[in-house]
Design a protein around this ligand. Sequence first.
Ligand SMILES: Nc1ncnc2c1ncn2[C@@H]1O[C@H](COP(=O)(O)OP(=O)(O)OP(=O)(O)O)[C@@H](O)[C@H]1O
Length: 258
Amino acid sequence: MCSRTSWPRSSPSRCTAPSPGSSPGALPVIEFAGAKVRVEGGRTILDATATLRERRVSVIGANGSGKSTLLRLINGLLVPSAGSVSVFGRDTRTAGRAVRRAVGFVFTDPLSQLVMPTGREDVELSLRTRKLPPAERRRQAGDVLRRFGVDHLADRSIYDLSGGERQILALAVVLAVEPRILVADEPTTLLDLRNDARVRALIAGLEQQVVFTTHNLDFALEADRTLVVDAGAVVFDGAPADAVAHYRALVGGPVHGP
Ligand SMILES: Nc1ncnc2c1ncn2[C@@H]1O[C@H](COP(=O)(O)OP(=O)(O)OP(=O)(O)O)[C@@H](O)[C@H]1O
């Protein structure tokens, strides 16, 4: 497993040198420090050490390798059994609420995210944390829905929407409160080509730091940095093209090309 704490964007080697782009003493954005997740029976399903400062970080690996577990640690959906995870210096174990305010989480299946009958109601629910008067909340929800190009879908039942439409609505719901970091667990897995492209373009255009898992290696290559997870460990951490090659070699697939 990689034991270094930052990543050299231009270096072909892995897990060794400090990040040239980060100023000394700068607050790390997301830090996994010997973060272990143990489940019943004592099995360790994840053991991670990494510091993520890049704007786009992709996480790839086989089914069951530990990718979702890694992502869930970031916003405190899971707390480590040992070691720690911190976001902007706040420990997810002791400052869970503050961390969750800073980190929005998008699930693979938008129906696990959308809890209200319509998208508009869901965005309004999301905005409740701002304690606005109802008319202002409604106005802001309208702005968010327009910004994500889904205002025309906002009053339809979420069950009458396509998977892609739902996924963009789910992103709008999470981003409505402007989290500083977006964590997305396979956000394009259920989508056809057109919606896959829409969601990828939307993510590419976000100002936030985004950490996402994907089985689509083309999508993984759009990141600034890629972690490869295997059997609960980060086995490669570096430039996306090198990470994809490492992953292909690991699973015995072709090493060249996406
Ligand atoms: N609460 C739990 N108890 C026992 N095992 C668990 C628990 N949560 C996760 N696991 C196991 O840990 C491993 C990693 O799961 P995880 O969901 O992180 O994998 P993943 O890489 O996201 O997989 P996929 O690509 O299939 O979504 C799997 O073998 C899973 O069955």
